[in-house]
Every structure is written in structure tokens, then in C-alpha cells.
Design a protein around this ligand. Structure first.
Ligand SMILES: N[C@@H](CCC(=O)N[C@@H](CS)C(=O)NCC(=O)O)C(=O)O
Length: 263
């Protein structure tokens, strides 16, 4: 039985988290969505669907101003907003849509909680599960800063760049420190903390696509020395991203990074 229905623009590294976890713990997901630019032409709902041209009008009862990451109008039903109070994607629903789950790290948690298989992806006891949560929280703080930074790329501000540099150093140093003691973020087992780390960092590294624009406006590429500064953390991400479950769902997402760094 399908454990969760997920709606999002695709591909989306925030959705990769749930897909990788589902692959590893045998949970079944239904994933609905479209390319980022096309999602503005969808009805955001449990029964999400592409809208016809005549349904996309300013006086549509579903028309809402977009909030972050999108511009202009989005079409979200009242039921969608009741279920998804922040109105963001990715979003997930229990079968039938009674329970709305939001925030990619919480959707990730839901996947492994709903698995019917034995696994240790969410730790092995209350302590290790809480340590997994610690990393997921740290990861969200980093990812939120990265979201603001990447969305601000077309007109980079000094303050945005400085905040990102500081959040990046803080997060990456923490991960680097953790990996001096264990092979994975929580003990020596793969957990959803590693999955979130790989996906959030992979998304942030896309700042590399804007190197010329950043240079042109006098800003450095924050992750330029990542391999030298955080070799264990980067090595962990790259090694995991080559394993079958990650490779299957991340596809070629990191290939440009490997090429650029001769990896
Ligand atoms: N921290 C959230 C980020 C979700 C988010 O901000 N999604 C944006 C797109 S990147 C969104 O759905 N925006 C809807 C809007 O603009 O109304 C997560 O990890 O799920």
C-alpha cells in the first residue's frame, strides 16, 4: 500500500530525501508533480492536477500570491491550505489526504516511520533517534539559509552572502567534526541524518553554477575550497551519492560537480 502521496516540483533534492529513504526501507510512495516552471499551472491539492488555460484566471478561488521560490500566482485550494498551513512544496499526505505533512525533513521522517520493514534509518533507540533529529534540525537551519542565498543569486547582497558563509562554515564544521568519530553522522549506521545532509549539501553546491555572476559582483564562491576544508564531510557525501539508492534517485544531479572538480 502507498504510505504517502508527495506533491512537488520535480526533480527536487528535497524530494530525493524521501525517495532515497523509501528505497532503503521499502516504503511505497506516490509522487505527483511537474517541472518547476510548470507547477504554477497546477492546482495545488491532494488531488493535484494540471489546470487548463481557462482555469488560470486572477478571479479563480484558488489564486494565491506565491511566497518563496515562486513568483506570481499559484493555485492552491482551501483544502490544500488547511492541510498544508505553510502552503509549500514538497508536501505529503496520508492516503486519502486526512493528514498533511510538510517540511522535507519531516516527510523524510514520515517515510521511515511508516516503513513496515526492520531498519535503523531513524536510529536504534530514543537516544540515537534524538541524535538523528539533532542533525535534521541543523540541516534545516543550513538549508533555509541556502534557500535564501540561492534565490537571491540574481542580485546578491553583502548581508545574504555573509550570512550564508557563516551558516555554511558552522554546519560543515559540525559535520566534519562528527565524522571524525564515526563513519556516519549517527554511529556507524546510515540514517536519515546522512540522507538529509547529502541532499541539502548537494542542493547548496549548485551555487557553483553561479561562479561567474558571483565573481562579477565581487563575491566569492562559498564552497570553492570545500574538498580541502571539509574533506571527510565532502567525501562522505560523494561516497554516499554513488551508492545504488542515492544514485537511483539523485541521478546525474552531482555529475557536474564531479566533472568540475575532476572527481
Ligand atoms: N524548508 C522547506 C522548504 C519548502 C519551500 O520553501 N518550498 C517553496 C518552493 S522552494 C514553496 O513551496 N513555495 C510556495 C510559494 O511560493 O507559495 C522544505 O524543506 O520542505
Amino acid at each position: 500500500m502507498t504510505a504517502l502521496r508527495i506533491f512537488s516540483y520535480l526533480p527536487n533534492p528535497r524530494v530525493f530525501k524521501a525517495m532515497i529513504a523509501a528505497e532503503l526501507c521499502g516504503a511505497s510512495l506516490e509522487i505527483v508533480g511537474d517541472k518547476p516552471a510548470k507547477l504554477a499551472h497546477w492546482l495545488w491539492d491532494y488531488d493535484a492536477r494540471e489546470l487548463s488555460a481557462h482555469e488560470q484566471t486572477a478571479d479563480s478561488p484558488h489564486a494565491r500570491s506565491s511566497q518563496r521560490g515562486f513568483t506570481g500566482t499559484l493555485y492552491k485550494t482551501d483544502a490544500f491550505l488547511a492541510s498544508q498551513p505553510f502552503g509549500t512544496v514538497p508536501c505529503a499526505f496520508s492516503p486519502g489526504g486526512d493528514v498533511g505533512i510538510f517540511e522535507s525533513n519531516s516527510i523524510l521522517r514520515a517515510v521511515v516511520r511508516l516503513s513496515e520493514q526492520q531498519h535503523s534509518l531513524y536510529g536504534t533507540d530514543g537516544y540515537s533517534a534524538s541524535r538523528v533529529d539533532s542533525f535534521l534540525d541543523a540541516s534545516l537551519v543550513f538549508a533555509r539559509e541556502a534557500q535564501v542565498y540561492l534565490l537571491g543569486m540574481s542580485k546578491m547582497q553583502q548581508q545574504t552572502h555573509a550570512r550564508m558563509a557563516s551558516a555554511y562554515e558552522f554546519y560543515m564544521q559540525g559535520v566534519e567534526n562528527a565524522l571524525q568519530h564515526t563513519s556516519h553522522l549517527v554511529d556507524n549506521n546510515l540514517s536519515i541524518a546522512d540522507i538529509a545532509f547529502v541532499c541539502d549539501l548537494a542542493q547548496f553546491l549548485r551555487e557553483g553554477h553561479y561562479k561567474d555572476e558571483l565573481d562579477g559582483s565581487g563575491f566569492t564562491l562559498i564552497s570553492d575550497q570545500a574538498l580541502q576544508q571539509y574533506p571527510t564531510a565532502l567525501g562522505h557525501m560523494l561516497a554516499l551519492s554513488e551508492t545504488p539508492a542515492f544514485r537511483k534517485h539523485m541521478g546525474t544531479y552531482l555529475d557536474w560537480y564531479r566533472r568540475q572538480h575532476d572527481l
